[in-house]
Design a protein around this ligand. Sequence first.
Ligand code: NAP
Length: 232
Amino acid sequence: MKTAVVTGGASGIGRAIAQRLAADGHHVATIDLQPSEYDFAYTADVTDREQVDTALDKIRSQLGPVSVLVNAAGLDGFSSFGDITFDTWQRVLNVNLNGVFHCCQAVIGEMVEVGWGRIVNISSSSTHSGVAGMAHYVAAKSAVNGLTKSLALEYGPSGITVNAIPPGFIDTPMLRSAEQRGFTNVEKTIAMTPVRRIGTPEDIAAACAFLVSEEAGYITGQILGVNGGRNT
Ligand code: NAP
């Protein structure tokens, strides 16, 4: 049994990934701003290294060394470029990019020690082409793809694979909140999606479960789009 940590595991995609990895036999712990139903659910802000380290120390003492990390915590952002304040820019980069940096760096040492590890970063399909009105979010998520590729090269020799999943249009509280605020239209997007449906958190969890499996050991540095064919 391996110990898997899922950030953003209290909601949406992260929650479905935590459920799937638990069903697949992992010991699962979540790190999220929100409490979740898991026995090993830690409330922490991924932008705060001290909080991340404290949560990970508790997880290690209860479940042993971390061998799987999924970074799913995220914060969306909708604003025309000229209206993005520097505070907002920094907050969006802080959660979506720096949070991934903190969590990866905090667990990579123990993965190197045992010579095995799996990291999956949840980026965004917006990185395929960019999105008008989401410059800060797309910049952060694109950087996550770059970080993923670089870590894959650096840690491949240590038995660690690092991949990204850029989800497209998944039915979660984040997407529904964007719809409520008028930033997206679910029905219109479904009509533009080749498979003609909205994605489910379980669609992402299935891809993630494969990437963290033993049999995906020859796959690293990849950006695996799960988007119903909207981005190819
Ligand atoms: P979600 O339902 O909002 O879940 C995200 C979770 O992350 C929430 O529980 C949130 O807590 C938590 N979180 C936010 N900031 C955090 C922080 N600083 N530290 C710890 N936890 C934090 O969103 P989702 O749709 O499942 O998104 C999961 C990931 O997929 C995100 O990275 C998102 O950018 C990405 N994504 C989603 C879609 C989509 O269509 N849904 C598309 C592309 C990419 P709060 O509720 O308190 O903020």
